[in-house]
Write a new protein. Structure first.
Length: 320
C-alpha cells in the first residue's frame, strides 16, 4: 500500500495502524448492535473515547513524518498541558515551584525538538541520543525545586510542597523521554511508533478482555474496574504486536521484540496504576475534563509516562 509516506518506518507501520483502527471501529459497531439495550451509557462512553482518541492518534503518527520538530512539538504540548493539569489538581499555590519546573521542562522540550543534537557543539557532552541532557535536566529540576523554599526562607509545609512539586516534575520528565526516542538514530521513528502502538494495544485490549472475560479484580483499591483477565489480554496482545513490529528494530529477533512488547505493557499498566494511586489519594475521579470520555491529559497518557523512558533506556543500553 503506497500512502506517499517518506519515513520508512512509518510507511511500514501505516497499513497495520489503519487496520487496527478499522478493526476497533468494527468491534465497537458490533458491540453497539449486540449490547445497546443493556449498556447504553457504557456504549456512549466508548464511542466518545474512540472518536476523541482516533484523531489524536492519527495526529501523533502524522507528526512523525516530519521528524523531531513536529513530533517534539506534539509531545511537548501534551507534556506542558499535563504539568498544568497536575498543578491545578493538587492546588499548588507556590508560583516559584511551578515556574522552576516549567522552565526546566520547557528548555528540555525545546532542545529535544532539534533534529540533530550532535550538530550542536555546546551539547557535545550530552551524546547524540541526548542521555546527558536528560540527566542534567533531572539534576537541574531537583536542585531548582529544593532551592525555592530556601530562597523564600520558609519551613512551613516544605515536605508537602517540595514533594508534590517533585512528583509533578518527575512525571513530565518521564513523559518527555518520548521526544528523545526520536534521537535513537535510525530506529528513532520506529521506537516512537513501537511505544504508541504498545500503549494503544495494551489499553484497548485490556478494556476488551476485561469487559468480556473480567471476573477477578486486579487492584480493586487503585483501579476497581481492572481485572486480571483484562491485564492478561492487554499484555498478550501487546506481545503479539511486538512480534509483528520486529522490522522496526532490525537488529532484534521477533521473539525479542515480542518480549519487549510484553514488558512494556506491564510497565504501562504500572504507569496507569501509579497515576490512579495519586488520584485516589487526592480524591479525584479524573485529572480534568479536557478530553471527553478520557478525563484529562494525564488520564490519557498515564501508561506512556513509564513506557517512553523504559523503551528509551532499554534500547540505549542494548545499543540497538
Amino acid at each position: 500500500m503506497d500512502l506517499g509516506i517518506e519515513s520508512e518506518a512509518l510507511a511500514l507501520a501505516a497499513p497495520y495502524i489503519l487496520g487496527f483502527i478499522g478493526f476497533m471501529y468494527a468491534l465497537l459497531i458490533a458491540f453497539t448492535v449486540i449490547r445497546w439495550k443493556k449498556s447504553q451509557d457504557a456504549i456512549r462512553n466508548l464511542w466518545t473515547r474512540t472518536l476523541v482518541s482516533t484523531p489524536l492518534l492519527l495526529l501523533l503518527f502524522g507528526s512523525l513524518e516530519f521528524g523531531s520538530p513536529t513530533w517534539g512539538f506534539m509531545v511537548g504540548i501534551f507534556a506542558l498541558g499535563a504539568h498544568r493539569e497536575y498543578c491545578i489538581a493538587i492546588e499548588m499555590e507556590d508560583r516559584g515551584l511551578r515556574m522552576v519546573s516549567l522552565i526546566v521542562l520547557l528548555a528540555l522540550i525545546l532542545i529535544a525538538m532539534n533534529p540533530n543534537l550532535s550538530e550542536i557543539d555546546a551539547l557535545a557532552w550530552a551524546g547524540p541520543q541526548g542521555a546527558g541532557l536528560l540527566g542534567a535536566s533531572l539534576f537541574a529540576g531537583a536542585l531548582g525545586i529544593w532551592a525555592v523554599p530556601i530562597v523564600q526562607d520558609r519551613a512551613e509545609n516544605v515536605t508537602r510542597d517540595v514533594g508534590q512539586a517533585f512528583i509533578g516534575f518527575i512525571l513530565i520528565w518521564f513523559f518527555i523521554h518520548g521526544i528523545f526516542l526520536m534521537h535513537l538514530g535510525a530506529i528513532g521513528v520506529g521506537a516512537c511508533i513501537f511505544a504508541i502502538v504498545n500503549v494503544s494495544m495494551n489499553d484497548s485490549f485490556a478494556l476488551i478482555f476485561g469487559r468480556i472475560f473480567g471476573k477477578h479484580p486486579f487492584r480493586p483499591i487503585l483501579s476497581p474496574k481492572k481485572t486480571w483477565e483484562g491485564v492478561f489480554g492487554g499484555v498478550t496482545m501487546s506481545a503479539i504486536a511486538g512480534y509483528v513490529a520486529q522490522p522496526l528494530f532490525p537488529t532484534l529477533a521477533a521473539i525479542e521484540t515480542a518480549a519487549l512488547g510484553a514488558v512494556l505493557a506491564i510497565i504501562g499498566t504500572m504507569g496507569d496504576l501509579m497515576l490512579s494511586a495519586l488520584k485516589r489519594d487526592l480524591g479525584l475521579k479524573d485529572w480534568s475534563a479536557m478530553l471527553p470520555g478520557h478525563g484529562g491529559i494525564l488520564d490519557r497518557v498515564d501508561s506512556f509516562i513509564l513506557v517512553a523512558p523504559t523503551l528509551y533506556w532499554v534500547l540505549l543500553l542494548l545499543g540497538v
